[in-house]
Each structure stands twice: as structure tokens, then as C-alpha cells.
Design a protein around this ligand. Structure first.
Ligand SMILES: C[S@@+](CC[C@H](N)C(=O)[O-])C[C@H]1O[C@@H](n2cnc3c(N)ncnc32)[C@H](O)[C@@H]1O
Length: 177
């Protein structure tokens, strides 16, 4: 009996730690391409700068940041199909050196090298992400949030696009650490 109990203890110790389940911080809802362009201009993205899109969907922000703005762009996406689709697009455009998508969780990445962060999540998700960014980001890093503010942070600038042609309005918030 004692031997069985000891074996169970040993087995439990040897078992891999339970992987933390990734929490879905927002559904997939893509930013229209012309708003993507505005977000990157609004964030003052320059050639060679490092940018991260938190929850990168089909990769459109990362791809435009690398292709049009000459940035070093990284997306983070939990969804397997969206991650695959965005990596296929990056490869087909030959952007592998300056663009990539991490298949993972927004809340477990290292953003300390970022010059610009783009976010299109939800207000409660921004509350979950803000302590991570406050801890990691270097002074001067810009953050552009689409539609939802970060409570407790004061935006440096805001801009609203009243109608995108499909009856949808978009507000951009620019923050600086
Ligand atoms: C509103 S969409 C924005 C997509 C893209 N950034 C854009 O603006 O077009 C949010 C994305 O975040 C992804 N997402 C949600 N929670 C996540 C998490 N914890 N880690 C990684 N990706 C996540 C979703 O799968 C979805 O693709």
C-alpha cells in the first residue's frame, strides 16, 4: 500500500505542469484596411521600428507595418487558422525577415523591445493587458488602441472616423509610456 502511494506521488511529480488555458480576450473582428493605415500613421511608425499587434487576426496590421512602413513587425494570435493564414500571407509576400506571427497568448509575451503596440481588443481585455504593458514597455513606447480606451491612462491624442462607408465609426487612442 505504502509502495503504491509512493509511486503515485512520484508519478504526480513527474507529470508535466498543466498548461494554462489561453483566455480569448476578444472575438475576431478585423480592422478595415484604411483604418489599419491610419492606426500606423497615428502611432508615428517609422522604418526599422519594432511593432507588435496584440491579437493579430489575419495579420493585416503586421503585414502593412512591414510592407508599407518598413517596420519590424510581430503579431500574436491564439487562433490556429488565423495564425496559419497570416503566416502563409507573410511568406507569399516574401516578408519573413521583417514580419512574423507568434502562435500564442497575448498575456505571456515579451514586449520590452516595442516602439509601437497596436491593440483592438475589448475594454475588459485592455484592463488585463495594461499591467503587463506598464511593467514591460520602455519609456516612450507608443500604444494605439482601436475603439476602446485604456482606463487609467490618459491618451495623448484621439481621432474619430465618423463613417467608414459601411456605417461604422472608429475611434483611435494614442498613448505614450
Ligand atoms: C478584434 S480581433 C483584431 C484583429 C486585428 N488586430 C485587427 O485589428 O484586424 C482580436 C483578435 O485577438 C485574438 N485573441 C484574443 N485573445 C487572444 C489571446 N489571449 N492571445 C492571442 N490572441 C488573442 C482573436 O483571436 C482575434 O483574432
Amino acid at each position: 500500500m505504502l509502495r503504491i502511494a509512493a509511486s503515485l506521488v512520484l508519478l504526480a511529480a513527474a507529470a508535466p505542469a498543466q498548461e494554462k488555458k489561453t483566455e480569448k480576450l476578444a472575438p475576431y473582428y478585423p480592422t478595415p484596411e484604411f483604418v489599419v493605415n491610419k492606426m500606423l500613421e497615428f502611432g508615428g511608425l517609422k522604418r526599422g521600428e519594432k511593432m507588435f499587434d496584440l491579437g493579430s487576426g489575419d495579420g493585416r496590421i503586421v503585414i502593412m507595418a512591414a510592407q508599407k512602413f518598413g517596420a519590424n513587425a510581430t503579431g500574436v494570435e491564439m487562433d490556429n487558422d488565423l495564425w496559419k493564414q497570416s503566416m502563409d500571407k507573410i511568406r507569399s509576400l516574401g516578408l519573413e525577415k521583417t514580419a512574423r506571427i507568434i502562435h500564442g497568448d497575448i498575456t505571456t509575451q515579451d514586449y520590452s523591445s516595442a516602439d509601437l503596440i497596436t491593440v483592438y481588443l475589448l475594454p475588459t481585455s485592455n484592463d488585463k493587458v495594461s499591467p503587463i504593458l506598464e511593467k514591460q514597455l520602455k519609456k516612450g513606447t507608443r500604444i494605439v488602441s482601436h475603439d476602446f480606451e485604456f482606463s487609467g491612462w490618459k491618451p495623448e491624442k484621439t481621432e474619430t472616423i465618423d463613417d467608414d462607408g459601411e456605417g461604422r465609426s472608429h475611434t483611435l487612442y494614442l498613448y505614450r509610456r
